[in-house]
Design a protein around this ligand. Structure first.
Ligand code: NAD
Length: 265
């Protein structure tokens, strides 16, 4: 079977994280070269080293703080020097603290928006400027969250930051479409390191509750998200832009905890 991303170069932010690494593995399997970017220089070098053993010569690692414009411009330039100008950008960096709105401090509020929202805007902006100069018809995939459109206690800043990522995805799509650049997003549901198919006494009650409300009957894996990202990054979705693809096992379809019965009372 033809590889989905043969000959492409992808920059993946949050590349040392769960979704970043899994997405990189899928991109490499599909024939792309990958530059991993992360604020955690040590972790990103380690992940790079581990994947290099399987895909020699197909990877590079860069580091910097996604929320800082100078860092972003620098690491995009380093990525270009290492493997050539990327034609795919995937924004998987992010932070997700939980804090009630009555308690959240201005610093905590701002830090979530600085990393998740401004950080996503900065990589999109910097790479799109390079693409327009170089005539590259690139593809961007942002990672949002099911939380962007579904409120939960403690998620005020996080949900807000991801809702902003989604509308920004639409707006970048409208502004960059005329340059042949596509911008989409994937909104994941609950992704854990180990997929759960059954409730467990060891799991957080929130995780058990989410599992009970998941029509597909399991929590997500990082690979579930990476596969969706690969499709949106590839030419197979060439008429898709401004889309937000929910990959949640169905948890965000509605009130999935309601009993399936003719008689509710
Ligand atoms: N795991 C889930 O269940 C889930 C669900 C919905 C959405 N998401 C979103 O998916 C993305 C990835 O989540 P994950 O589970 O892989 O998390 P993760 O913590 O494993 O990875 C996130 C990565 O982002 C990096 N990062 C954090 N701040 C940064 C900064 N200022 N600059 C550069 N890099 C920075 C971290 O070092 C880390 O490697 C996040 O945006 C998260 O909000 C995750």
């Amino acid at each position: 079977m033809t590889q989905l991303l043969n000959g492409k170069v992808a920059l993946i932010t949050g590349g040392a994280g769960r979704l970043g690494r899994a997405t990189a593995e899928i991109f490499l399997r599909e024939g792309a070269s990958v530059v991993l970017a992360d604020i955690n220089a040590e972790s990103v070098r380690r992940v790079n080293g581990e994947l290099e053993k399987i895909y020699p010569g197909k990877l590079a690692a860069v580091s910097g703080d996604q929320s800082q414009p100078d860092d972003v411009v620098r690491f995009i330039s380093e990525a270009e020097q290492a493997l050539g100008l990327p034609d795919i950008l995937v924004n998987t960096h992010g932070i997700f603290p939980n804090c009630p709105l009555l308690e959240v401090s201005v610093e905590e509020w701002d830090s979530v928006f600085a990393v998740n929202t401004r950080g996503t805007m900065l990589t999109c902006q910097a790479i799109a400027r390079r693409w327009i100069d170089a005539g590259v018809k690139g593809s961007i995939v942002n990672i949002s969250s099911g939380a962007a459109r579904s409120g939960r206690p403690g998620g005020g800043h996080y949900s807000g930051s991801k809702a902003a990522v989604e509308i920004m995805t639409h707006i970048f799509a409208t502004e960059l479409g005329p340059h042949g650049i596509r911008v989409n997003a994937v909104a994941p549901g609950l992704v854990l390191d180990n997929v759960m198919t059954e409730e467990s006494d060891d799991a957080h009650p929130y995780v058990n509750l989410t599992l009970r409300g998941t029509p597909i009957g399991r929590t997500g894996s990082a690979g579930d998200i990476g596969e969706a990202v690969a499709f949106l990054a590839s030419g197979r979705s060439e008429w898709t832009t401004g889309a937000i693809l929910e990959v949640t096992g169905g948890t965000h379809c509605g009130r999935t905890h309601m009993p399936l019965t003719r008689q509710l009372r």
